[in-house]
Structures are given as C-alpha cells and as structure tokens.
Ligand binder design. Structure first.
Ligand code: UD1
Length: 383
C-alpha cells in the first residue's frame, strides 16, 4: 500500500514524525515523504528533520514563499506531477497550513483518498487563512482523525458521516512525550543566559531564572502596526516583572524592521538577561528540542500559535493566547490555556495572575497519551 505523506511548514513536522516512524514498522505499507518546501529556512525546516529524526524527504517540491494564491497554486502544480507519477493508494495530510489544503485539492481531483490528521478543529473565524484550509481539507477527506470530541461534533454538524471520523487523540503529543527527556538535557538555557554563572550562582538546570516565552506570527497580530504596537506595550509592562524570551518567526522579524519597532527588544546574542528589567530578548527561531527545553521550564507562555496551546496543556504550563478565539477549545476547558486577545489590560492582568501563582494547572485531555500515531497507522493498515 503506497502512502504519500505530506509536510510543508514547521507545525507539520512534529505531527508527521511519529506517524512515519510507526508506518515504517508495517511491512505492508510503503510510505513516501513529500516536502512541499513552504518553509525552507534551516531554522524553520532542516533543524526539525534533525531533531525529530525524520527521514530525508523522498520528494522535495521547493515551492517557497508567496501570496496565498501563488503558494497554493505552485504546490498544486508540483504535487499533481507527483501523484501522476507515483499513483499512491492514499495521501496523508496533517494540520491546516497551505500545503495541507493544496495537496488535498489535487488528490481529490485525481480520486486519491485523503486521510487528514487533526481534522475537525474550528475557530469559526474565516478571516483566519487556516480556517479555510481546515474546512476545505475536511470536506475532501475520506478518513478524518480527530484530537478531541468537540472536533467530532464540528464534523458531524458539517454533514460528514460518522464512519469517516476516527477520534484517535493528539499526534503532536506523541512527539512531545517521545522527546521531552532528551529536550530537558539541551544546552539552550545556558546559551541564552537563563542559568547564571559566577559566584552567586543560584539558578541551576533544576532551578533556572524565572522567565516567560513569547511567540508571535499570525498576520492578524503582526501585520497591523497598531495592533502589534499595542501587544508590544503590554508585554513591555509584563517584562518589568519577568524577562520574556522571544524566538522570532521570520515574518515577524520582517515586520519589526518595517515598523521600526527594534528598540522595544533586546538581542539575546549581545545582551545578558539578568542585567536588565523590562527585558524582551529576541533570538532566532529555535529547533524542536531547544524550544521544548525552553518551554518546559518556563513560568508561562504567551503565544498566538495553535500548537503551543496544546503543548503547554500537555506540560501543565499556563498559556496566554493572544487571539480572540481558538480552534482548540479543549485547551481552555481542560487545559492550561486562557484567551487574552490583544487587549493590553487582559494580557497584563492574566500575566500578573500567573506571577502570583494563580495560573491554570489543568488536566491532560483524553487520548493525549503518546499512542495516537499507533492508532492512526493501525486504522490505515486495515483499509
Ligand atoms: C504558516 C502557516 C501557519 C503556521 C505557521 C508556522 C499557512 C496559511 N500558515 O504561516 O498556520 O502557524 O506556518 O510557522 O500555511 N518565511 C521565511 N522563511 C521560511 C518560511 C517563511 O522567511 O522558511 C517568511 C516569508 O517571508 C514568508 C512568510 O514568512 O512570506 C510567511 O510564510 P508562510 O509559509 O506563507 O506562512 P507562515 O506565516 O509561516
């Protein structure tokens, strides 16, 4: 059974790695890995292949950046050639990025069945490009693997028949659990100056400096200079009480330069954390293991990412999500996530709440147990 597995952008890699690993233990399955090249920087792509021990892609489409239409169209043109040549029995797509949508449309037209991992998530906000990608991909998929029961309900509400829906849990948590111990041994805290050196050494690996971690890249937060500034001002206030470590996505770095916001940030390469109050320190995007190390020992996370809302819930670390809505409501109802939007008052007051020790602790959602890839591949192998 020939299966084409698609990855394209950073959040795909940690979802696909455990699936490929399990597939390779089934002799009947012939998995092929296609990388569209939506993300291409070393820090956004290559580093994840190494950290997650992903095999080299069998096929690399090299599409790169562009407007949504340009990027989606380029992936479609290249992926159509792949399907015509390889004639797979099935394709597997993960998540909600443009690569997920583009490959699904091509497969559906060529009558190749689609399995969508992380199906059924809905923010009900169609200004978000990912929401369009989710709705279309799910409508075209034959096998819909879901992470939570709310996703099952969303799919049924959209008229998708029950036999197509498989509640299997969260494959990203498979990766997290597989790599957590190794990640904790990484050198990144020392590298970023979060473990102090010198005679008064107090913070150690077990007891580092308190810090928060920030990630921001959604167009709705970083493409509008006023919204972005409002967020930065709130974060500057929070950083009077706790240093904030900020691995910066390439699009966000570009926007900081365009809007002239550099002066709000310090460069972690040249400034040491302990010497300054009001510290928001920028660093390059981190690899999977370094980021997991940093996140797992943080006091709390501020983010607009989808994946981090789930990873912090799995780790029991409070997460403040700088968005008005989430497609992952289970992280609010059961996990450690709180929506703060872009309202400075809310960002500040919820941060202070965590600093007072009143952050959410939460519980692990059902089937986020590290065995999701096994469940998915077992189902696919019996088709
Ligand atoms: C994409 C996903 C988003 C995901 C995010 C994680 C879509 C619609 N969005 O957003 O859901 O949360 O990945 O990172 O698919 N760039 C580089 N180098 C790279 C990749 C991107 O410099 O390796 C820059 C380019 O200027 C590019 C911009 O980032 O135009 C945006 O990249 P793109 O892949 O279009 O979307 P992301 O914002 O990364």
């Amino acid at each position: 059974m020939k299966i084409i597995n698609v990855v394209g952008a950073r959040p795909n890699f940690m979802k696909m790695a455990p699936i490929l690993k399990v597939m390779s233990s089934y002799p009947r399955l012939n998995p092929i890995l296609v990388h569209t090249g939506q993300h291409y920087d070393v820090t956004m792509s290559r580093a994840f292949f190494e950290d997650l021990e992903l095999p080299e892609p069998d096929i690399y489409l090299g599409v790169g950046s562009g407007s949504h239409a340009v990027q989606t169209a380029r992936i479609m043109v290249e992926f159509e050639k792949v399907l015509e040549q390889e004639k797979p029995n099935l394709i597997v797509v993960v998540g909600d990025v443009n690569s997920t949508l583009a490959c699904s449309v091509v497969a559906a037209k060529l009558l190749v069945p689609i399995a969508h991992v992380e199906a059924g998530l809905r923010s009900f906000d169609r200004t978000m490009p990912e929401e369009i990608n989710r709705v279309v991909t799910d409508a075209l998929s034959e096998y819909l693997f879901t992470t939570s029961e709310d996703a099952n309900l969303n799919l049924k509400r959209e008229g998708i028949s029950e036999e197509k829906i498989f509640f299997v849990g969260n494959v990203m948590i498979d990766s997290l659990l597989q790599h957590l111990e190794k990640a904790k041994k990484m050198n990144i805290l020392k590298k970023l100056g979060l473990i102090q050196k010198g005679p008064k050494t107090v913070p150690t690996m077990e007891n580092p400096l308190d810090y928060a971690v920030l990630t921001l890249h959604r167009p709705s937060n970083v493409d509008d200079p006023e919204v972005f500034l409002r967020i930065i001002q709130a974060l500057t206030k929070v950083s009077q009480h706790i240093p904030i470590i900020f691995p910066v996505h390439p699009r966000t770095r570009k926007q900081i330069a365009t809007f002239g916001y550099q002066s709000f940030f310090k460069d972690l390469e040249t400034t040491s954390v302990e010497s300054t109050r009001g510290f928001i320190g920028m660093t390059e995007p981190l690899g999977y293991l370094d980021f997991l190390c940093l996140m797992s020992q943080a006091k709390f996370i501020l983010t607009d990412s989808g994946g981090l809302q789930e990873e912090t819930t799995a780790l029991g670390i409070p997460c403040l999500t700088l968005r008005e809505n989430t497609e992952r409501p289970v992280t609010l109802t059961e996990g450690t996530n709180t929506l703060v939007g872009t309202d400075p008052e809310k960002i500040i007051s919820e941060s202070y709440k965590i600093l007072r020790g009143e952050g959410k602790t939460g519980r692990i959602p059902k089937l986020w147990d590290g065995k999701t890839a096994e469940r998915i591949v077992k189902i696919l192998s019996e088709l």
